[in-house]
Design a protein around this ligand. Structure first.
Ligand code: AMP
Length: 197
């Protein structure tokens, strides 16, 4: 890890999804980060699951780093309660800075913004831009269809098993967070994101 504090970048919905279950999962993730004395790196908004995970981290005593493009400050309600709030020029800067500041990445349920961020950080890893752990939290079976499709992609020869091996998946938030932290501690890795992106 880059320092003794586990810093995890969480990608998740700017909406909360249907029903209370997704919000409860995001809250649990934030509470775990806070209880570990960890740091959340995220998109810096107050809406949806993004707002929930940040608020739960803060209330549990964790550090919150928000990174938001200028153009989204009003739309995603920039979170002024962050310990650090970075207002950057554009989406590319946001994602590069989120990548640099994290020891690991976790995707929670979300929409196309979440999926885009997950796939980007995954492709960065396959290209060797970084070698930090990545997790997909398959809470409530939300990612079942996506994971099935990715299996199809391996079977059809468009992906190798090794690429699937670059992500960890599981239904239980705490178990997955612990696996990501363990991988980050075991193999402390820097990254080349600042040079490459
Ligand atoms: P969503 O999952 O669609 O609710 O979006 C979650 C977060 O992903 C929001 O903060 C979006 O601003 C962000 N996001 C990341 N990359 C993109 C992109 N290329 N286009 C739109 N939103 C994005």
């Amino acid at each position: 890890m880059t320092n003794s504090t586990f810093s995890i970048c969480v990608y998740c919905g700017s909406r909360s999804g249907e029903g209370p279950a997704f919000t409860a999962i995001a809250r649990g993730v934030g509470e775990w980060i806070g209880a570990q004395g960890g740091q959340l790196v995220y998109g810096g908004g107050r809406t949806g699951l993004m707002g929930t995970v940040a608020e739960a981290t803060r209330l549990a005593g964790g550090r919150v780093v928000g990174i938001i493009p200028e153009a989204l400050v009003n739309r995603e309600l920039a979170n002024t309660l962050c310990d650090e709030l970075h207002v950057v020029d554009n989406m590319h800067q946001r994602k590069a800075l989120m990548g640099e500041r994290a020891d690991a990445f976790l995707a929670l349920p979300g929409g196309i913004g979440t999926l885009e961020e997950l796939f980007e950080v995954w492709t960065w890893r396959q290209l060797g831009y970084h070698d930090k752990p990545i997790g997909i939290l398959n809470a409530n079976g939300y990612f079942d269809a996506l994971l099935a499709f990715l299996g199809q992609s391996v079977r059809d020869g468009f992906m190798g098993e090794w690429q699937m091996g670059l992500v960890q998946t599981g239904p239980d938030a705490i178990a997955l967070l612990e696996r990501l932290r363990e991988e980050a501690v075991r193999h402390p890795k820097g990254d080349k994101l600042a040079e490459i992106l």
